[in-house]
Ligand binder design. Sequence first.
Ligand SMILES: Cc1cc2nc3c(=O)[nH]c(=O)nc-3n(C[C@H](O)[C@H](O)[C@H](O)COP(=O)(O)OP(=O)(O)OC[C@H]3O[C@@H](n4cnc5c(N)ncnc54)[C@H](O)[C@@H]3O)c2cc1C
Length: 625
Amino acid sequence: MNVDSNFPIHLKDSCTKPTTGDIFQDLLSTFHFMVASTCLVSDKWEPSADIKDGDTFNFIIVGAGSAGCVVANRLSEVKKWKVLLIEAGGDPPIESYVPHYDQHLFGTDSDWQYKTTPTGKRNCANVGESVNWPRGKMLGGSSGINSMIYFRGVANDFKKWFDLGNKEWCPDIVFKYFKKLESLQDQKLLKNPQIRDLYGLNGPQVINTFNWTDEKVFENVFNSFNQIGLQIQEDLQLANLLGAGLSRDTAYNGRRASTATTYLSQIQHRENFKLMKNAFVVKILLDDNSKAYGVVVKYKGEEIKVFASNEVIISAGSINSPQLLMLSGIGEKKHLESKNIDCKVDLPGVGKNLQDHIIINVPVFGRKSRSENYIDKYLDVGRYTYNRTGYLAHSSAPHVIAFYSRNKNATYPEFQVHLDIADKNSSYARSIFSIFKEPINQSFCELTEKYDSFIFRFNLLQPRSYGNIYLNTSNPFNHPLIYANYLDDERDIEATVEGIRMLTAIIDTDYFKSINAFLGRYNWPKCNEYKLNSYDYWKCISPEVTVTIYHPVGTCAMGPDSSSAVVDSRLRVHHVKGLRVIDASIMPNITSCNTNGPTIMIGERGSDLIKEDYGIVERTEDFCL
Ligand SMILES: Cc1cc2nc3c(=O)[nH]c(=O)nc-3n(C[C@H](O)[C@H](O)[C@H](O)COP(=O)(O)OP(=O)(O)OC[C@H]3O[C@@H](n4cnc5c(N)ncnc54)[C@H](O)[C@@H]3O)c2cc1C
């Protein structure tokens, strides 16, 4: 816990006072209670499986993330299949389970700690001229480090997938799989028959709504969104992601519900299933007929080979999946040869087609009424250990979300806004701006000393700019090069600027006027000649200060044409036998929302495609016709 300068002075006093000893007894019991309660928050994980060089399985899955845990669960339902799941990270730390610590995992061993490669063209006002890309490295992968916002996306997203020739992925079937994965727990929402009908109620993935500790501010902000024309929605998914409202969350009872918790923890004892942890796959083994027959794993200091008699499934995420394919000789020939890798399958699409949701922080300053104090906050820690309520039981940033479009009659959104609120003079407010170079950081920090900050995190939902991922070296332990190419396409800049200018109208709404709110200026010499909030100001500053909301997808895109796509619509790697990719990297285009829900859906759909191919379940090909 950060102790700020305005921490109450009497709590800093020395505590060496005479005592009979009773107080220590009581405090010790409290301490034991607290320690015991941490065990109740986390799952019980068994030790890593004892896997030997040469062991053989029917299916090997690489990566226990949002998708990999789903695939492991669904494939090991088939008792005759021996399934191995290999994860580079270990058990999720306790901070992963406590929702409020979501961002505390950044920069730790549970984070891959990627960064985009500076190009000198974009992000020039960001420290290091790059953007941090945390990714989860633990059971649950990025579902263990993410902000827990749950959305599905809209039919238009999946229609685009289908129209590209991916005949197994029409919206109707995709939504059927969302329902399969979901278990909506919010008792209040379930009273609405439309919401009850929309969501799945019996799937493994628990979905609920956080019990927020500061709802008064939220109400004010929602009313402001309403005044600028966005309807307040009880459930945004039901409203086809148009309007403003709270998100649903992958959490329940004050505890994160990553896919490690929801799909993996309960299958640990299946006899046909083995889980290898802290095991890093460095290569996929391909024979002379381009058939994948196993993987090389760095495990307990040694390289061992494990074999797959049916298939190898790569679920290592949008950065590591293309990296692993390239390290194994599957990728663009010219690029692989430049890294002295023997190209076995020339597949130019590997690592290309990278899409992400950018964030442009729109900072608004004002003086909100105080709703919590530090004593309340520290008592909340006790409340959390007692019954998992209080501020620790929800994520660090509020899940106040707005979706809107330039076209008032649009049936799906173009933009999304997440809100972050930071108290005056708090270390959190300062940390928000510390990602920017001087003089931006300094001038915003001065404002945070006097005002509360409302950071509207603006995000463009269907970007037209594409990035790519390349190998830096042929060493699997070296991070690949990530070129995000944010806002490279002029149409993205135009949409961003217009979308932000629609959003900044919020400053003139009743609530923000009542707190004398004003828009903060990015103090960046290159853009200082432009009037604040003008078209030219945002056009100048946006590419300089772009960051991410952590949704990279598309680097092993699905599609029929192997000159650009990596997998076919059954998620089989083109021109390779016995190898699939099942994770966020297969999205041909990014969904109009946060990507965890869609990735879990990909895990579910991908697992059934495998089961269909082996005659375990009936084929659903006709479903989309
Ligand atoms: C900080 C952050 C916040 C986010 N917030 C949200 C949110 O609130 N809502 C939302 O919907 N989405 C959010 N996302 C995005 C969402 O979490 C991801 O889209 C989703 O988790 C991607 O799932 P995946 O299965 O593709 O990859 P991951 O979940 O990242 O899984 C990949 C797994 O593979 C393992 N792995 C990688 N390489 C190897 C190897 N060679 N050998 C063995 N194992 C390997 C990794 O350690 C990891 O466990 C966020 C993401 C981040 C990082």
